[in-house]
Design a protein around this ligand. Structure first.
Ligand code: SAM
Length: 248
């Protein structure tokens, strides 16, 4: 008995749109999207694709009109409800641009709910371009099947991050100088994972973080990981031990 083909077909292109989606809605794509679908993916009138708006789930849409740099769609029906993602936030000290881009892309794929650039004493990064990071989260969400985008916070200082944190959100502080093994530390519930810059946290910063309410220093093993590796290793460990990898 041939297997029932997946519906909607996994091969359908998937696009984030800024229009709020409902059945029957008309969506006008921006020139870049129209060019990509029309000239790269060769979609024309009648072709189907998947669209999502970041809050109402995923929808099947059909191309109505296609021109050189414009394309309009009609929304046919919802294919998926908005997914529930674990309430885990990632605060990271921005590193070099390529590494930060990579970190943001992978953290989106891994399911981070919020991405918070934090400026620490040893942060050496250039200016953080939030529009650029958002574009990276959109592309990663289109690729990995998310229907919600991670939020991206304005860059803030470490003191502000700690000061504005709701103490009910457990702070997991990735500390290369030692802490509780991640495998026993991560517990289900609102979480904030904090990872330092390439140069690490200063002793004052380490003291400040360790003395914060409801904070736990965690170890990611015996080796010194690069900042972006540590961020993703911590996020993956959280998803495996306290997140949604347990139910798939
Ligand atoms: N300054 C440190 C050094 O040179 O010894 C290295 C900092 S490390 C490159 C960057 C960040 O990754 C650290 O601030 C920490 O948050 C995290 N990190 C790296 N390895 C880790 C480990 N084994 N356990 C916990 N956190 C780690």
């Amino acid at each position: 008995m041939p297997a029932t083909p997946a519906w909607p077909p996994k091969s359908l292109p998937r696009l984030f749109v800024r229009t709020s989606l409902v059945e029957g809605a008309a969506v006008e794509l921006d020139a870049g999207q129209a060019n990509y679908l029309g000239n790269v993916m060769r979609l024309g009138p009648g072709a189907q694709l998947l669209v999502f708006d970041g809050h109402s789930g995923e929808w099947l849409a059909r191309v109505v009109e296609a021109g050189k740099r414009r394309m309009s769609l009609t929304v046919e029906k919802r294919t998926r409800e908005p997914e529930t993602i674990p309430d885990v936030w990632l605060a990271f000290a921005p590193v070099k641009r390529a590494q930060t881009d990579w970190l943001v892309e992978k953290a989106t794929e891994l399911g981070a709910a919020q991405l918070l650039p934090v400026m620490t004493q040893r942060t050496v990064a250039e200016r953080v371009r939030l529009d650029r990071l958002q574009a990276i989260t959109i592309e990663a969400a289109e690729q990995c099947g998310r229907t919600r985008l991670p939020g991206i916070g304005e860059p803030q200082g470490l003191k502000d991050l700690l000061g504005q944190r709701d103490p009910a959100r457990l702070l997991y502080f990735a500390d290369e100088s030692g802490g509780e093994a991640a495998v026993s530390a991560f517990k289900e519930g609102p979480a904030l994972i904090l990872v330092g810059p390439e140069g690490g946290f200063t002793d004052d910063e380490r003291q400040l973080i360790r003395s914060a309410d409801n904070s736990l220093a965690i170890s990611l093993g015996p080796r010194i990981l690069r900042a972006e590796t540590a961020a993703l290793a911590a996020l993956a460990a959280y998803m495996a031990l306290a997140g949604d990898w347990r139910s798939y």
